[in-house]
Design a protein around this ligand. Structure first.
Ligand SMILES: [Fe+2]
Length: 174
């Protein structure tokens, strides 16, 4: 059911070595405690890479959207989940395909999570005054939804080219 494949996750391919010497403070945070250690060389002065602890990346363009006959709820856009948050990807996709479907999402209120959206590309059907680079915040408990007129405007639309990222805060139990 995952909307992307493990093959889409990119691992580091190149080792960038820094062999400078001098005073390099390294601050380690463990829980609520910070510990500083002074090193005589850059901490990235390494010659190899091994193990399973490394940074990784996945492109939003590799996220494969799901589409339904009628409107599917936001969890179908979920990409990652961490302690206290989820990330969702809104990517170019076909809209709901029932002949009487209304593609614009319904009004809703998140009982216990804040919602932050970053609009990266395209036209955003349900919102007026939103452009590329806009950020919106919908605090928990506050009802929100498509702006007036956007429901009607969405009827008959076949697809969207929008690209947006959403973060929802909260405690999730699955
Ligand atoms: Fe929302």
């Amino acid at each position: 059911m995952a909307p992307f494949s493990e093959r889409d996750i990119r691992r580091p391919e190149r080792l960038e070595t820094h062999d400078e010497t001098g005073d390099f403070p390294v601050v380690v945070k463990s829980g609520n405690r910070l510990v500083e250690t002074m090193m005589a060389h850059h901490p990235f002065d390494v010659v190899g890479w091994d193990g399973y602890y490394y940074p990784w990346a996945m492109s939003i363009h590799d996220f494969e959207p799901r589409v339904g006959r009628i409107h599917l709820p936001p969890p179908v856009h979920q990409t990652f989940e961490g302690p206290g948050f989820v990330l969702c990807s809104f990517v170019p996709r076909l809209f709901d395909y029932h002949p009487q479907a209304i593609p614009a999402p319904y009004n809703h209120s998140n009982v216990d999570s804040d919602e932050v959206l970053y609009y990266a590309r395209g036209q955003f059907m349900s919102r007026k005054g939103i452009g590329v680079g806009s950020v919106t915040l919908h605090p928990r408990g506050i009802p929100h939804g498509p702006h007036p007129g956007t429901y009607e405007g969405s009827i008959g639309k076949r697809a969207t080219e929008e690209l947006a990222v959403m973060m929802e805060t909260g405690k999730y139990v699955h």
